[in-house]
Structures are given as structure tokens and as C-alpha cells.
Design a protein around this ligand. Structure first.
Ligand code: ZN
Length: 67
């Protein structure tokens, strides 16, 4: 009867797909196809290389409204 759902408060970073690095420099806009840099990998600026980020939950218990 009791359905155990493991709550994982972190998710794989959607930008670097959990790799911690991206191939586009953080300062390059998303619609730019070319940039002048010889490096091929950059630390992901979303997760800062930690590869996971705190998960956003729809049923966040922070929302508490007193009637
Ligand atoms: Zn990332």
C-alpha cells in the first residue's frame, strides 16, 4: 500500500547533461555559431562543474498557506 518514492533533490544538469563541461564558452550567446577561442571545453556555468543541480519540484513543501 505504501508507495515508496525515493526523493532525489538533485538532477542532472540540463545544460552539460551531467558532464560538468560544455563546448560553448559561457560568454557566447546561445544563437552565436562561431567564436574565437581555441579551447574546446569549458566548465559549465550552470552547475559550475558539479554536474548536478538542485532539483525543482512541483510539489515543493515550502508553499504553505494558512487558511
Ligand atoms: Zn552543467
Amino acid at each position: 500500500m505504501a508507495e515508496e518514492v525515493q526523493y532525489v533533490p538533485y538532477q542532472k544538469c540540463p545544460k552539460c547533461n551531467g558532464q560538468g563541461s560544455v563546448s560553448i564558452p559561457p560568454h557566447v550567446a546561445g544563437d552565436v555559431g562561431q567564436w574565437t577561442s581555441s579551447a574546446t571545453q569549458y566548465v559549465c556555468d550552470v552547475c559550475n562543474g558539479s554536474k548536478i543541480i538542485p532539483m525543482c519540484t512541483a510539489n515543493n513543501p515550502v508553499i504553505a498557506v494558512d487558511a
